[in-house]
Design a binder for this molecule. Structure first.
Ligand SMILES: *Cc1c(COP(=O)(O)O)cnc(C)c1O
Length: 361
């Protein structure tokens, strides 16, 4: 949100435009942003919804997924990925990760398929796409949907294709700290499948289309006009934000090399959008407490695999079920990464890390 100072006049003009239009729900701003965001990502349709969580939930509902079905995903993700699956009544089934990219290990995917599997839900974690070619090879002939969780990968590319354009549908979040952030909650489903798009459009509003008549049980989950107009403004700068993130990643790569930290790995063919710059070390907890002493506060995304959380104990997974996921959760941490971070600030982080790593030996 540090861009606010610079962007304030445009943001305020966007808010004023919507307020004075008198149309606050599902008007021209949402329709316009849906078109623009779909075009940016290379899909035919966009449907604006309340949040990234709802984008996943409504996309799954539009695919007819519910009780008795299984959705394959990973355990090292934001809680909402799994919460949305569970909300449909379906069962999340986890696959372990590749320890170098922290993305779904697709070589372990096929073993998880059952007659109940209805969807594969790869998470493009930290800003880099999971192996969509391998996943897309598994889906055909099995009647499986592929839903991309793009909440962290806005603007990322794989072999020239934008994240969110490679599955049957994709879910985006405009939570304020995401790569494209609103000034409140927001989300979107993208798809090039007209049937899915129409169904999501319907169930985001009580199962209706225009009139007070419901065609199926639905929900209230709409992106609102104010957020959509603000996002329209910010979309113009999205590529700039992403280039700055990539620039900072190059700086970290260069400055942190040879220090003993495991640096982020980018798969061949991927262009990383660096939502997060995640490094790894077995003595992570000592490193971050030393950083805190130097007033550098870092996040861990995420410290707990979902299959080991109290809230998901009913899924009945044991510790040890996903060794790479569990090991990574104990060793990763994220360095400061946002477009307004200056080179000097990033260099100061690197300098502190160098001192700490030397002292650790
Ligand atoms: C943020 C996030 C979501 C959910 O988005 P909200 O807009 O906060 O509901 C889902 N999946 C992942 C991977 C996320 O990072």
């Amino acid at each position: 949100m540090e861009e606010y100072k610079e962007e304030r006049p445009e943001i305020m003009a966007a808010v004023e435009k919507v307020f004075s239009s008198g149309k606050l729900i599902l008007g021209e701003s949402v329709a316009g942003f849906e078109r623009n965001f779909a075009a940016y990502n290379g899909t035919r349709f966009g449907v604006g919804v309340n949040s990234g969580t709802d984008a996943i939930f409504l996309a799954l509902k539009s695919m007819g997924i519910g009780q008795g079905d299984e959705v394959i995903t990973v355990s090292n993700t934001a809680i909402p990925t799994v919460a949305a699956i569970v909300s449909t009544g379906a069962t999340p089934v986890f696959v372990d990760i590749d320890p170098s990219t922290y993305l779904m290990d697709v070589s372990k995917l096929e073993a998880k398929l059952t007659s109940r599997t209805k969807c594969i839900l790869p998470v493009h974690l930290y800003g880099q796409c999971a192996d969509m070619e391998a996943i897309s090879r598994i889906a055909p002939g099995r009647n499986l949907f592929v839903l991309e969780d793009c909440a962290q990968s806005t603007g990322a590319l794989q072999k020239g294709k934008k994240s969110g354009s490679m599955g049957h549908a994709s879910a985006f979040s405009f939570y304020p700290t995401k790569i494209l952030g609103a000034y409140g909650d927001g989300g979107m489903v993208l798809t090039s499948d007209q049937e899915l798009a129409e169904r999501i459009r319907r169930i985001r509003m009580y199962g209706t289309s225009k009139t007070y008549y419901s065609f199926e049980h639905g929900y209230n989950s709409r992106l609102d006009e104010v957020q959509a107009e603000i996002l329209n403004v910010k979309l113009k700068r999205l590529d700039q934000y992403i280039s700055r993130r990539q620039q900072l990643a190059r700086l970290y790569d260069r400055e942190l090399e040879g220090m003993g930290l495991v640096l982020p790995a980018t798969t061949v063919g991927n262009e990383h959008a660096y939502y997060l710059y995640v490094v790894r070390h077995p003595r992570r907890d000592e490193i971050i407490s030393e950083l805190a002493k130097r007033e550098i506060f870092v996040n861990i995304s995420y410290p707990h695999p979902i299959h080991l959380m109290e809230g998901y104990r009913f899924l009945a997974y044991e510790r040890g079920a996903f060794p790479e996921t569990e090991k990574a959760a104990g060793e990763i941490f994220s360095l400061p990464m946002y477009p307004k971070l200056t080179d000097d600030q990033a260099l100061a982080v690197c300098k502190s890390l160098r001192e700490i790593m030397v002292r650790l030996g």
